[in-house]
Design a protein around this ligand. Structure first.
Ligand SMILES: Cc1cc2nc3c(=O)[nH]c(=O)nc-3n(C[C@H](O)[C@H](O)[C@H](O)COP(=O)(O)O)c2cc1C
Length: 189
């Protein structure tokens, strides 16, 4: 029997630094970019749209963490919040900029969810990504720049992360919304 995409694995780690080109790649509003991971966040499935937009071959992404496509403009505190949320069994919506294999980038509105068995044990995670409205990208870009600035402003990585997370929390408190509410409000406007 042929291995399916869900079961095929690659043992070869793809560790390379992609240099951003600054060129944005767009995809259709009807496209959904999908990946699934195991509980540790290693990619177990990537749909054809993910491969087409990112420019990676399937065997280059299966078994890899999503940090493969991590863009340096993304604040670390957003991924901290993502993992805290999904590990609690909850969903997270986030505006994320990702790198393509050639260094181009693309913005998405991601919906990340845990997949659990009948007893509540997390079997893995799932991300569905759609196009992000331009106004939402513009709004989140300035917040992300501020958070990244805080992270880079500390020599100690842990302190930088604590400070940017505290700023993100106070930003949301001032607005009286959760992260998901803030992101969905931006995405709907
Ligand atoms: C289902 C799922 C989807 C994810 N999608 C992305 C993604 O598209 N881009 C990204 O940079 N990180 C994504 N992450 C977060 C990564 O696991 C990781 O936290 C992030 O890339 C930061 O990596 P680093 O801390 O090693 O720099 C995803 C995580 C999960 C569980």
């Amino acid at each position: 029997m042929l291995a399916t995409r869900e079961t095929r694995r690659t043992a070869r780690p793809l560790r390379q630094t992609i240099r951003p080109t600054g060129v944005e790649r767009r995809f259709r509003d009807s496209d959904i970019i999908v990946t699934k991971t195991d509980p540790k966040g290693r990619i177990t499935y990537a749909n054809d749209i993910f491969l087409a937009v990112s420019g990676f071959r399937e065997e280059e992404v299966i078994g890899q963490p999503h940090s493969l496509v991590r863009h340096p403009d993304m604040p670390r505190c957003v991924f901290q919040l993502l993992w805290e949320t999904i590990q609690k069994g909850e969903e997270l919506f986030a505006l994320v900029v990702n790198l393509c294999k050639n260094g181009d980038h693309y913005w998405v509105l991601a919906h990340v969810t845990p997949t659990a068995d009948g007893s509540g044990k997390v079997l893995g995670y799932h991300s569905n990504r759609r196009t992000a409205p331009r106004a939402a990208v513009d709004a989140i870009t300035s917040l992300y720049a501020e958070l990244r600035g805080i992270e880079h402003g500390h020599e100690d990585r842990r302190r930088g992360l604590e400070a940017s997370r505290a700023r993100l929390d106070s930003f949301l408190r001032e607005k009286g919304v959760s992260f998901n509410e803030y992101v969905l409000t931006l995405a709907r406007n």
